[in-house]
Each structure stands twice: as C-alpha cells, then as structure tokens.
Design a protein around this ligand. Structure first.
Ligand code: TEU
Length: 543
C-alpha cells in the first residue's frame, strides 16, 4: 500500500508551533528544531499550514507569493533544511496549496484590478452588477453570511468574486493561464522535495459558468460549502496526472468542505482525482456513540464501493478543539461543573483511541496530543476574521512562564496560551507516563506495529446504548474497539474464541496488557486483541 495509507499525519500550524527568534510568532526554524517531538511521538508525516508571504487577512490563507517563505517565518533555505531534517527522521512533509483564491495583494490581482484591459483581468472572476447596485448573484461569503461573496471595484465599475474575505479574490480557473500557473506552484514545491499537498477548499476551483443564484432553501450558508460542479473534477484529474509524473508516491489530500459524505466521495474520482479527502463529520460530531456510528457508516457506504481510502480528523485550525467542543456541549446539556471536570479529559482520551483505531489515514492537529482546550481570547486580542483564534493558540512546550516562547525585547506570543498549560505542556506531560501525551504515543506505536489497525477491514458491531463498537481485521485474528461515550460504566461482554482477549490499549491506561474484563469504565475506550501472538509496544518515557 502507498505510504499515505499507512501514515498518521501531524498538522502543524507554523505561527503557533514553535518560535526560534523570540518575535512571538512561530516559524520554520522553530518547526525544524522540534521535529524530534514528532519523531518521538511516532507520526509519519507533517502537514504545514501556509507559511508563504501574506498580508495575513486570513493568517496565511491569503497568499501574495506562492513560491517563497514569509520573511517572518523564515526563508526558502530554512524550508529546505526543514525538509532535509524531516526526511532524515523518516518524516514526510506536506505543504498547503491554496488554489481557489490569492491575496488581493498578489501581483496577479494587482494587475487584474488595474483595469478592464489588463492582460490578467481574466485571471479573476469579474462581472457587472445587477440593477440597483446589487452584486451579480446572491452567493454569501464564508465568515459573514450576511456579506455577499462579491466586492465592487469603483474604478472599473465591476464586481469581483471572493468566497472568503474581500482580501481573498477567487482565481478564475476557466482561464488556462491560471491553471498553468497553479500547476507551476505544485511543481515548484515538488521539485523542492515535498511529499505532497493539502489542497485548500479545492472543491471550489470550478464554478458554474452561469454563476446562478443559490436556491432560497440554503440561504445563509456560505457558497463555499455548496459549490460542487463537474468542471472541478476535470481539473483535479490534471493535478493528479501532474503528481503521478513525479517519483515517490506524492499525495494530495483535499479539503472538500461539502456537507455530505456522498458528495465528498466523488472527489476521489475513479482513483484518478484526489488521493484523500478530509472527512469532516467526526470533527463536528458530538461525543456520542450514535453520532460516531453514523460517521463510520457513511464513510463505509460512500467510500467503500469506490475503493477510496478514508481519512479521520478530530481537530484543525478552523474549529474549536474537541475538548472545548465536548465540554461546551456537555454544559449546554446540563452537565454540572464537577462532572465536567472529571469527564473532560477522559472524553478526549477516548476520542484519541477511537481516531487511531479507525481504518483510514488519521490527521492529528498540533496540541491534541496534550488534550489542549481552546484559549480564551479577549475581544481586544481577536485577530481572525472567522473567529478561530482560540484553537490557534501557541503550543506550550514547558511549564516555565513563557512555555518555551522566550520573549525578546518584551514581545509576547501572537495569541494567548490556553488555560491549564502550567501543567498541560509537552515537557510536563512527557515526564508523566500516565499522561494523554503518552497515550497518544502508545496508540501510535500500537498502530505502527499492527497490520490489523493499519489496513485490516472494519465492521460496526452491535453494542449497548452509548457504546460504539467496531471490529478491525477478519477471522480469529480480528481486534475489537469499544468506546463508552457515557459517564457511567457499561458491561460490554465480548465473545472470545480461544482464550480471553487482551486489552492492548486503554484510554485511561487501566487494564492495558490484561485480559478484557467485560466492563468499560465511564468514557473509556479500549482496543482488544486475541490473546497471544503479539509483542509489547514500546513505552519508553524519555522525550
Ligand atoms: O477553510 C475552508 C472552510 O470552508 C472553513 O474556513 C470553514 O468555512 C470555516 O472553518 C467554518 O468555521 C480553509 C482553511 O482551512 C481556512 O483556514 C481558510 O480560512 C479558508 O480555507 C480560506 O482559505
């Protein structure tokens, strides 16, 4: 199987990972200096969110030069050194490709905006307005559904399309020169040795040429989550051919942010479009067995017949972290603070075991291995137009006051740290073998050592209320994953053929290595394997 089916990918948000120069903003040398953390943890690859020159209207997803490094984050030489070191450690590197839009400061848009006769005018989507000074259609932009996805350009008397902020004009992929230029961007990074790409809102690069209004029943939804046209598939096939022309199984994982799994599945094509597409329902799902079962069922039903390889993700830089999400939902459901304090970490530990036991490629977002919650960001410190600062807080490396982000000349990290990081930081949790960090490490080691977890089949099993159960692998060698999403113990007997099955991994560490008792503790997830026939996974505590 290609490496990316076998891999676990760690998502690095460079501005918040590690700061090498004390300016309060994470950078590429910071990532490079901490690659040992990723190797120790046991992931196989990292994906870097954008580090390109950018005016930061959308914190790097507004790119003003696709083929350089933002000077605040380093240089191309730093990037090359990072890739070389990662490869030496056996870690692959994916970079973010942002093909749907550029920054309004990108020279292409500056030229396009200079007038209707600009040779690059057609690189973006320009239209006349409707009578009465109305935008060309009713499409809504992403962060403010009340705001149209169009901005008026008074000098030329036309409107330009932007599915995100007005500072992020959409490229016009109907213009062949745009497609060629974006292919050149792929080649630029492939030639530098990257192992693949995460493609930002890639389902949006084709637009219906008639730009029809969105129907009234989806009013209020951003057009970015609705755009789904045939033209995009043709373009993805061309991208795939480009990648396949390079040696070494280069991969493209698409952010296909559509609401239904059936729609997302089409972006795998017939094995000739995206290699992988993010599967977002689990990232939005509550901590609830039925919700998880539905996510798994949908993936099996839609991807199975296409022989498309699934992905699993709990967190990213756009959404509240699972701990925050689960805690908020519990509070809304009336859970009292004492119960929440008890269950909060148990829930994210069990979610971690679930994620790493599923069939498909898991993506971990930096800080999930610490069980971080979102930072509380006071209004005056809010920066992101999408209100997503809390999940982008800097990663706390140690228990010191600056948590490994030494201030130079009084600078502070660009966002506040999350609560609790005096103890919930990498150094402190690395020193505690019972921590969630060590749970992640054991889970990753188990997955790496187990063909059943990496590539075995998967089947949902019947289970008591509030319990998710699925089987991995087939026949007598099959493993069972049991996840109790309730705050009470649950009896879940397992039929054993030939000896009592053994707990290979437990989210609370309890019972690991012992025969399965038949009872799950509250919010406990376990991976259970037939007795005998396996070697113990490494659990060394040295970070
Ligand atoms: O996200 C696309 C996207 O659809 C999400 O922004 C989603 O609309 C939002 O998170 C809902 O809260 C990608 C990037 O991941 C995001 O950071 C960028 O802002 C966006 O594209 C534009 O490039």
């Amino acid at each position: 199987m290609p490496w990316w089916q076998d891999a676990v990918v760690y998502h690095v948000y460079p501005r918040s990972f590690a700061d090498s120069d004390g300016d309060g903003v994470g950078d590429l040398p910071g990532v490079r200096a901490h690659l040992d953390h990723l190797a120790w943890l046991g992931v196989d690859a990292l994906w870097l969110s954008p580090f390109y020159p950018s005016p930061l209207a959308d914190f790097g997803y507004d790119v003003s030069d696709y083929c350089d490094v933002d000077p605040r984050l380093g240089t191309l030489a730093d990037f090359d050194a990072l890739v070389a070191d990662a490869h030496d450690l056996g870690l692959r590197v994916l970079v973010d490709w942002v093909p749907n839009h550029t920054s309004d400061q990108h020279p292409w848009f500056v030229a396009a905006r200079s007038g209707r006769t600009s040779p690059q005018r057609n690189w973006y989507v320009w239209r006349d307005g409707r009578p009465g000074g109305q935008p060309p259609n009713n499409w809504a932009s992403a962060f403010d559904p009340a705001a149209p996805a169009w901005s008026y350009d008074p000098p030329s008397g036309q409107w330009y399309l932007h599915l995100f902020t007005p500072d992020q004009p959409d490229l016009n992929w109907d213009e062949p020169a745009v497609e060629a230029a974006m292919h050149d961007v792929l080649r630029f990074w492939l030639d530098r040795g990257v192992d693949g790409f995460r493609a930002d809102v890639v389902h949006a690069i084709g637009k219906d040429p008639l730009l029809p209004d969105d129907p009234p029943e989806v009013a209020g939804l951003p057009h970015a989550v609705l755009n789904d046209v045939d033209q995009t598939h043709e373009r993805l096939r061309a991208v795939r051919r480009l990648l396949d022309g390079y040696p070494g199984d280069r991969v493209i994982v698409g952010e296909v942010y559509l609401l239904e799994t059936a729609r997302v599945a089409r972006y795998y094509g017939r094995g000739d479009e995206l290699h992988l597409a993010f599967n977002f329902p689990p990232l939005l799902a509550p901590w609830d067995a039925d919700a998880w079962r539905e996510c798994i069922r949908a993936v099996e039903a839609e991807l199975g017949p296409r022989d498309a390889w699934p992905t699993w993700v709990l967190a990213n830089h756009d959404n509240a972290r699972p701990r925050t999400r689960y805690d908020r939902a519990a509070a809304t459901a009336g859970e009292d603070p004492a119960t929440r304090a008890r269950r909060s970490e148990a829930r994210v530990r069990a979610a971690a075991v679930t994620l790493l036991a599923l069939r498909g490629t898991p993506f971990l977002y930096q800080g999930e291995e610490l069980g971080l919650e979102d930072a509380e960001v006071p209004d005056e410190q809010r920066l992101d137009p999408g209100g997503r600062d809390g999940c982008r807080a800097p990663l706390p490396w140690d228990s010191s006051d600056d948590h490994g982000w030494p201030p130079v000349g009084g600078s502070r990290p660009w966002l506040p740290f999350p609560a609790g990081c005096a103890t919930r930081n990498i150094a402190s949790l690395a020193a505690d073998p019972t921590s969630i960090l060590h749970l992640y490490r054991r889970a990753l080691a188990l997955r790496r050592s187990s063909g059943v977890l990496r590539s075995g089949g998967q089947e949902l099993l019947d289970a008591p209320d509030g319990v998710l159960a699925f089987r991995r692998g087939d026949g007598p060698g099959a493993w069972t994953v049991l996840v109790n999403t309730t705050g009470n113990a649950r009896a879940v007997p397992l039929e054993a053929s030939g000896g009592r099955p053994v707990v290979r991994l437990a989210s609370d560490g309890v019972g690991e290595g012992s025969p399965y008792s038949g009872v799950l503790a509250a919010d406990q997830a376990v991976v259970v394997a037939p007795a005998g026939g396996f070697a113990a996974a490494g659990t060394g505590a040295e970070h």
